[in-house]
Design a protein around this ligand. Sequence first.
Ligand SMILES: Cc1cc2nc3c(=O)[nH]c(=O)nc-3n(C[C@H](O)[C@H](O)[C@H](O)COP(=O)(O)OP(=O)(O)OC[C@H]3O[C@@H](n4cnc5c(N)ncnc54)[C@H](O)[C@@H]3O)c2cc1C
Length: 874
Amino acid sequence: MAETLISHGTGVNHGDHTHDSIESVTECILGLKAKANDKDLPGFGGLIDDWFNPDMEVDEEQFVRRFLRVFKQSDKDFTYEDILKGYDDDIQGIVNQFVDGEIDASEAAKRYTPFTTLKVPKGVVQKRGLANIIPGERNILEEHTALLRALPTSIPSRIRGLIAKIAPSLKDPKEYLYIPSYKHLEFENHGRNIRYTPTITCVPNTAQDIAEIVKYAKNKKMGVRVSGFRHSWSPVFGSARNKNENKNGDILISTLGLVDASILPNFTSLPTDLFQPEAKDLNSIVFVTHEYVNGPALANGKRYVRVGTSTTNEQLRRWCVGTGKVTLPMQIIEAEITMGGSNATICHGAGLANATLSDLVRCIEYVDANGILRKVDLSTPGILRAAAGCFGLIGVVTHLVLEFDPMSCALMEPRKVPVVEAIPPPPDMKDSDIPAPLRPKTPLTKERKAEVQKDFEIRASTHDYAEWFWFPYSSEVWVNTWKKTSDLTGAVDYPTNVKTVLQVFGTIMVNVAQNASILLNLTQALPEVQTKLLTWLTMKNLDDIGKNGKKIKTWVPDAIHFQRGVQNLRVRDLEIEFPLQPRRFPVAAESSSTQPTASELAHEPQNMSTNTTPTTGIIAPASSPTIPKQEIDFTLVQRAWWDAILTCYQEIKTCPQRMPLEMRIMSGSDVTLAPQRGHRLGTCSIEILTLHNVADIWPAYAQKVLDKWSGYKDADGKPLPVRPHWAKEWYGYKMKGQPWQEVLKNELRLDGGFREEFAEWRSLIGQLAKRDGWRVEDAKKRFGNEALNTLVWSEPPAKLMNPGVAGFAGANGKVTDSISPTTNGSLVTTGPAKTNGHVNAGTANGNAGKGKIDPKRKHDRPLKRFLAKLKAAF
Ligand SMILES: Cc1cc2nc3c(=O)[nH]c(=O)nc-3n(C[C@H](O)[C@H](O)[C@H](O)COP(=O)(O)OP(=O)(O)OC[C@H]3O[C@@H](n4cnc5c(N)ncnc54)[C@H](O)[C@@H]3O)c2cc1C
């Protein structure tokens, strides 16, 4: 049991700490219980009583069952039935039996395996062969997809093709020879903030299928964009260009079948193969040799692994644990993410030694603008760094080769820790500024403060994985940091099959809790109470081994993907990355002029990592720090954390933030377009999330938090540069009063922009185009979209065009179906800070009104030097 209630009136004992908690989550739940009528919600009050009764044991399984049973038995509320309706009949049966107590969680986990035929959730759009005809046009589905040419890269297709040939009565051969495609199928992302209708949606199986699709697009002058699980929020998807433009619209390549990609709930993380996407070339996983990547042979158990880009994290996790005996050193938490999607948007995990996923890429196979399969490998490491993580702008990536570590184990030590003791408030924050429910009843002593500060710093700087979660208004933070060991003995699966099922059922529970009208009435639709109820339910599901508890030893891939099923909750998400800062020591007066500045210490020299010919022939470890880790000053990390908490409390009336604040410590990156690029000491990656159902009040709130996060100064008084996670929300937000996308395009790295990086990227990709025989202009048309072309491809300073991304909701949460000058009138030059078509570089630093970029600006010099160097080199 997580929290133990000692006294209801004066304070609540949270294990080893006490709060004056009139408004604590616990008190709030008890208040809710007092209002609940047992006739309307049978068993609800009893469940809460039992949960807080130290003499009663209510384990996670019982809790989930009893909570769901309350709503199943209620004859006043039908949310349980409504939510369950979205599930397959068999799943409904299993959930109902579990809730009725006829089977336990372990049996529920087993029950998924007996099915042998592929069953899909209801409401599914995909049926093989259905909608395969595109009237009046050359139909790629009616034509042979050059299966023979696909053979070398598509073994599963070949096998299926053979079956089709040998035993046509068993399977309709067409099913395997044609690329399933759908006309005018609406696309919507997971966060529901991007919607548009591509002309054709294709679901290829092989690299060769993709080549065929791109060739078709070339003939028809169509654009091609790709989607995986559609979990990104930024304008990285396609566009219809024009609402009425059916002939020259875009093709969307969905690397996953449409069921996997667009239907929630999604069960791919359940402990069965039943819900796994079908095996195909695009999700194959194999070892390759160092010759394949044109790189050095690896030692000490490291291996090169080639993965198809539609491979999901769950498939890779299973392969690593079950087959490969290797692991990525870090990964995205979410199991339902494709390798193509996470590489394209330069995703990351946690740990000061770990950079981004794209930093591990050693070879990229892509289909270029002419529909030809190409490869970029370690023979051109600079180009590889530019091609790894570029939003699909060079083409459709079919396979990646990544450098894997030998399998190791994580020694997990998840803890729920009082908020003030997890990430201490920054030194200048007064105790009285801490929100009352989070304030310890007895202020921490100086010694205790020093102790918790040290504990936080050690976790942040020495643990292999370092992550903190705060669910709104909780008095505790979930601290998830761990170290690795190469000793594999005694490792257990994590989460266990039972826990996985409970995590997935837990998402049903949270969905019931946020939608149940009876709870809305009970809480008088008070956002605060609703939010605290969700916090209580979600925190409850997280493990806590206790102060001196036994660490959980599990495989690293299991520890990384510790939470399953979370994608079944639709969320919004804004994340920034900022460089960790050096600790400053008193400097002797005579030497002070030669001391490096704080930003120099925090960043690589401007053009250091643009060297494209490393001597080793392999990509160097990302931004290897030259300063000992203990010299990192975490004050700004702590400030960012607490500013987000304080803002959350300021907005308690409406509670725009209903999901956690999350913070991870990671390294810098060497990938050309990575927001963590050049962070010499490492990166603070901090994000806020909410539920989709408060999307209307979210952007203003997220902007408020962003304003705080972008207002910090380094030790020399220079503004701290913050940059966004590319897959998350940034488009339409303001950075210091300017449209963020304009700041990203026009400003230098130290001012929070990518100006040098975009220039470098264009130059490197120009070389790639030359080498591989395609034209940049064609790539722009074929693989770009309005927002990305404006941001990345076009030169600054440029006339800023409002990208007007089709169907992109921007920060205001409103989705328009398509762009056209008539629908939003916005395809015109914008840019409030411009007088001359140049972006006012000074505005990001508050120097509004100065017009052109000041040529004497210190940051411009390295850029010029760098550009000159590039020009000379190429
Ligand atoms: C619940 C949740 C948890 C998350 N956790 C993390 C996290 O821990 N760390 C983190 O960094 N991010 C995280 N993210 C963000 C997520 O990793 C990214 O949004 C990722 O891009 C999603 O992958 P996807 O398969 O859904 O790709 P999509 O969102 O469908 O696609 C994203 C982009 O990838 C491009 N793309 C995809 N495949 C290809 C291809 N084959 N060739 C060329 N381009 C391609 C698409 O064109 C598109 O631009 C999380 C998101 C969610 C919803």
